[in-house]
Design a protein. Sequence first.
Length: 362
Amino acid sequence: MEDFEKTQPIRLGPQTLRFHGSGGEYFRIWIVNLLLSILTLGIYSAWAKVRRLQYFYRNTELAGSSFEYHGQALSILKGRIVAICLLLIYQHGFDVSPFVGVLSLLLLGGVLPLLLRNSLRFRLHNSSYRGLRFRFKGTVAGAYETFLFGYLGSLFTGFLLAPLFHQRLKAYQHGNSWYGQTRFSFSARVGQFYGIYGKALLLSLAMLAVGIALTTALAGATGAFAQHHGGQDPKAVIKHLMPFIIGAVLLVYLPLLLVVGPYVNARLQNLIWNNTRLGEHRFESRLAARRLFWIYLSNFLAVVLTLGFFSPWAMVRLARYHAQCLSLVPASALDEFVADQSQEVGAIGEEAAGVFDIDIAF
């Protein structure tokens, strides 16, 4: 309760998230994390993740108070060791024998849903706001239904069920999350996910068609160039024109990634958060695909031109924009709501921390 009493009163009305971090400040954390991770052959990356999340959490503010991250690096390191072992089993199982390969697939299918569910529990249990932690109460059966059957259904239908899988995943994740004694809820429909993925597919196909047409035109121009120069060796012609061909193709296929990605991310985040509630309180997301496209494009160019050293500024720019586009719209006095959650949790007590001892997510 001391943490709650020290915070400022929360005004009634829409509360927009704010991110106060700076690229220069985060660069110092980022460069140390990078160097120590390299020097320790990746072992320090677990501590690097904790430092990164702590920085972004404490610089994200809602209604005058910041979030906090409490995860332990050793728990993350254990999760990564498990993930690497599973990856090695998957990659080399069939190299030993078909029987071992099939067993490795069954092992992965048997343990991954449970590990991913525990990872969600770990992340929420180690996240807090105003001294009160979040919780995840998704069941093991729900994890297998969501992760295993959802993924297999998408895989065996040529990913036609991928939007359904995504909707079920978010329903499982958001619908089983709690803040204190109040549960989040999720109401987005499957058809809304199919609408976004369908438009993204049409946009991708249109841009791909333009790319194929351009590539075909370049091939024809290469042949004409060779004939014009007395039947010159086509290989020599292609070698001469290769920089221009690569540049022209990149002008088409690079925007395919930079346009479709921001469109899907913006539409999905808006759909997910506009259909998420915390008790009676709702969320409002206003991400704009065009603005996100510009951030992605400028970040990409700056990172390439600086050989990666602009990455901290790129991450901060993206975090700031995502935060300023998300608001919590309280249905009643938020001060009283947070106080009630603190009192109820204090009376009931939290689950043992031992069950949240692994984070398999990278």
